[in-house]
Write a protein that binds this ligand. Structure first.
Ligand code: M6P
Ligand code: ZN
Length: 189
């Protein structure tokens, strides 16, 4: 695996599998997030603590070598494995950009949702292959796997966006996303 390329970087052709979990090519950093990385995020703290014995992988983020710096447009494919913590679906940590920058997500395989929160209003965009979720500047964003197979999406974002995770810990995301009798159950919190 290579890491982020040193700028200036050359134009490149990037390939990826739309249906199967596989690295991007050429590949950059790969981030693996386990249950222990998601402290303070799930509603049922006791169930989350019990899950630490196994400490399963919740999601992986595979990037290309395009660096996270001003002017560049890094891309990554996130794979969220299916599962819940006491009925609350597996999800990403979620973050607010540290600068006012937008981002697009493109659904590749599986089903899920894009949860957005501007501090007042939560929005939920159901995601599936072929759907683009648009994240405007100033909206925190989190992805959720609402199905029973891996949910994968491509993200493209300005290289100087930054990731503010504390914002989500302070403000929440407006909704929690549970598996309910009628499917996806969005609960305000
Ligand atoms: C997408 C992009 C990345 C982000 C990743 C996981 O691939 O938005 O920038 O890192 O999702 O989300 P998080 O950083 O919130 O764990
Ligand atoms: Zn982002």
């Amino acid at each position: 695996m290579s890491t982020f390329a040193t700028p200036p970087i050359d134009p490149m052709r990037i390939t990826f599998e739309t249906r199967v979990t596989a690295p991007m090519s050429p590949s950059g950093p790969v981030l693996t997030r386990r249950m222990s990385d998601l402290k303070g995020l799930f509603a049922d703290t006791s169930e989350w603590e019990r899950s630490l014995a196994e400490d399963r992988v919740v999601y992986e983020v595979a990037s290309t070598p395009v660096p996270e710096i001003e002017g560049e447009l890094p891309q990554s494919i996130t794979t969220i494995h299916p599962g819940t913590v006491a009925g609350e679906f597996h999800m990403t940590k979620g973050h607010m950009h540290t600068r006012p920058r937008g981002e697009i997500y493109l659904g590749l395989s599986g089903v899920g949702g894009l949860l957005l929160f501007d501090g007042n209003r939560p929005e939920w965009i159901p995601m599936e292959p072929g759907v683009i979720g648009y994240i405007p500047p100033g909206w925190a964003h989190r992805s959720v796997n609402t199905g029973d197979e891996p949910y994968r999406f491509l993200a493209v974002y300005p290289g100087d966006s930054g990731h503010d995770y504390d914002w989500v810990l302070r403000n929440g995301m407006g909704y929690r996303v549970f598996s309910g009798p009628a499917g996806t159950d969005l609960r305000p919190f």
